[in-house]
Write a protein that binds this ligand. Structure first.
Ligand code: SAM
Length: 259
């Protein structure tokens, strides 16, 4: 069987390139060309290598080089990805390189469809690396958060994408998640409790601090956005309300009349 070092040194080209307009990759590859650029970053692959073994139960959204590594570690692994040809290339690569695939389960579906139906629990590690558009990483996290055992890990990849970075920032402020690893590409958090995904927003520090109910900065941002959207009537009435409530000593609160 290949080693982790060999996998990292020469990652398999598993992903079929689909051009995204306006990206620098658009001109680098032909549509359908197999590439390895979209693989999980080495730092996070090494995190999996260090934290997963043959007793682990793991899950990932998306698939690729990371799936090969989960198979190499002998984990009981569930991989959710809608791209069947990709899963066939992964299995073919594993077989060619002596990596057993008997503990791999593929669910060939978008994760937003598959995760709500999945009844399995007590996963040791979850990798979120499927679709990266809003709100997918949040949705993936919401479902896997409940499925992870206390003490389990979630890896969030592609922190250069605002959605992934925001999810990571939000979780790093939560008492139920402990940031245990961070690189330029991704991060890993240890689950300490089941609060976050079930809490209301005042109990989520990151959300609370950015909500105009609690934050002066958020109030200014809101007014700025009203101007940007040219909603001058709402801007004017909001400013008037702000002055009224400031006079009542409760800046930003809606005056509720006399009792
Ligand atoms: C960045 S790549 C994953 C890279 C992979 N972890 C690796 O190490 O090579 C993103 C993956 O998400 C998959 N994907 C796209 N939409 C998805 C969805 N709705 N649910 C799950 N996976 C999705 C794509 O097929 C692709 O395999």
């Amino acid at each position: 069987m290949i080693t982790v070092q060999e996998l990292l040194a020469d990652p398999p080209k598993l992903h079929a390139f689909t051009p995204v307009a306006g990206t620098h990759e658009e001109k680098m590859f032909a549509p359908g060309e197999l590439i390895n650029r979209w693989k999980l970053s080495d730092e996070e692959l090494l995190f999996i290598d260090a934290h997963v073994n043959a007793q682990s139960k793991t899950i990932e959204t998306g698939a690729g080089c990371s799936t090969v590594l989960f198979a190499m570690k002998g984990a009981r692994h569930t991989c959710i990805v809608p791209d069947r040809p990709l899963t066939e290339r992964i299995v073919a690569f594993c077989k060619e390189h002596g990596v057993p695939v008997d503990k791999l389960t593929f669910i060939i579906e978008p994760s937003e469809k598959a995760l709500p139906r999945l009844e399995e629990r007590d996963f040791d590690l979850a990798l979120i690396d499927g679709r990266h558009g809003f709100p997918q990483p949040f949705m993936d996290w919401y479902y896997v958060a409940e499925m992870l055992k206390i003490g389990g890990y979630v890896i969030i990849d592609d922190l250069h994408v605002w959605v992934c970075e925001t999810l990571a920032n939000l979780l790093t402020e939560e008492k139920d998640w402990d940031l245990v690893h961070e690189s330029l590409g991704g991060c890993a958090l240890k689950k300490l409790g089941n609060g976050t995904q079930n809490n209301e927003f005042p109990d989520q520090p990151y959300v609370r601090r950015r909500s105009r109910q609690y934050s002066f900065q958020a109030k200014l941002r809101y007014l700025g956005n009203l101007l940007k959207r040219r909603n001058y009537p709402l801007f004017a009435s909001t400013c008037k309300l702000a002055v009224q409530s400031a006079l009542m000593g409760k800046f930003g609160e809606r005056p509720r009349g006399r009792r």
